[in-house]
Ligand binder design. Structure first.
Ligand SMILES: Cc1ncc(COP(=O)(O)O)c(C=O)c1O
Length: 342
């Protein structure tokens, strides 16, 4: 099956019409995993290396922030605000991206159990961020970001808020993953390989929504499966119907008005002890991928997503006829954080 190049070209033209800053290393590589595929009984596995986007240790946010900061600059913003867990990959990459394009940044980390340890993402974020405004662990980060934005506006600044609760930024983050889907499809076609049957990724919403929209826009029968590193107990959690809304919103941002998102599968079974803490399954996934393929995932995000994929294969949800791309969203600095649980 060959995807008409005119379809890809038309989607790419819509992407090109949006404001965008360029700092990610794209397209990212696509690695086949022959040993792991054999271990798993024949289900073919490829890894789309969005851990290699090149911005301050890479990850999915670099790709997304090209569109988000493009929009911020088009709107005249001079400072960007992001808040999340103290080990946030998003905060790290936002601080780096802001510096790359000459915007100020305010990062709002939670004083959670990882805050005092300070390694991993937090260490890197402290190097990159213009300003760090920590909030108590139990505080609502969305409210704290809004309060900082108000304060900055009163002092004559033009703030732009990203991350949880920022609908426009979440939508543009999804738009970025439409392009990732185009990259995947083109890589398979360039190699003369049949297209994948499934795409797995670790997602709280935007990454999955963009991949899913890409498949719809290119008219492909590829199922997208999101493995969520958090559940409804977390402030940033987006339920499946919210992810479907993100698909529609991203379609709208690209000028498509008649897109049906299709069923959204976002699995919260692999959170483990809690969001932000390693799980037994993510540790096993890290070791398996490292030893069989020489590739790394992290204990909090990509490792939990990969653990979900492994479990879906081992329990027969995916079989030997399936061809699966795992979109590696990064998160690798967490490998260097001390989680204090041995
Ligand atoms: C490594 C990693 N993977 C996945 C995600 C989820 O991305 P999205 O919200 O676009 O689904 C994040 C979000 O911070 C992340 O840091």
């Amino acid at each position: 099956m060959s995807v008409s190049s005119s379809r890809v070209a038309e989607v790419r033209a819509r992407l090109q019409a949006l404001p965008r800053e360029r700092f990610a290393h794209l397209p990212t590589p696509l690695d086949h995993c022959p040993r792991l595929s054999a271990d798993l009984g024949g289900t073919q596995i490829w890894i789309k290396r969005d851990d290699c986007t090149g911005l301050a240790f890479g990850g999915n946010k670099a790709r997304q922030l090209e569109f988000v900061l493009g929009d911020a600059i088009a709107q005249g913003a001079d400072v960007v605000i992001q808040g999340a867990a103290s080990q946030s990959n998003h905060s790290r990459q936002l601080a780096a991206a802001a510096a790359r394009v000459g915007l100020d940044s305010v990062i709002v980390p939670r004083r959670d159990v990882m805050f005092e340890q300070g390694g991993g993402n937090q260490l890197v974020t402290r190097l990159l961020a213009g300003r760090l405004d920590p909030v108590p662990a139990a505080e609502w980060v969305t409210a704290a970001k809004a309060a900082i934005a108000d304060q900055l506006r009163r002092s004559g600044r033009r703030p732009y808020v990203v991350g949880m609760g920022a609908e426009r930024a979440l939508t543009l983050a999804a738009v970025a993953y439409v392009e990732a889907l185009c990259e995947i499809v083109c890589a398979f076609e360039d190699r003369g390989e049949p297209l994948p049957t499934h795409i797995y990724t670790t997602s709280q919403g935007s990454t999955q929504a963009g991949l899913q929209l890409g498949a719809v826009l290119l008219g492909l029968d590829i199922s997208v499966v999101g493995i969520n590193p958090m559940d409804e107990t977390n402030e940033a959690y987006i339920p499946e119907r919210g992810i479907a809304d993100l698909v529609s919103a991203a379609a709208g941002a690209l000028g498509y008005s008649d897109v049906t998102p299709g069923p959204v599968v976002n699995d919260t079974s692999y959170v483990g002890p809690a969001y932000g803490m390693p799980s037994e399954a993510s540790r096993e996934a890290i070791e398996l991928l490292a030893r069989r393929e020489g590739l790394l995932v992290d204990p909090i995000y990509s490792g939990k997503g990969f653990a979900g994929l492994l479990d879906h294969v081992r329990t027969g949800l995916r079989g030997p006829d399936d061809r699966v791309v795992f979109v590696h969203t990064g998160g690798l600095p967490a490998l260097f954080a001390e989680f204090g649980d041995g």
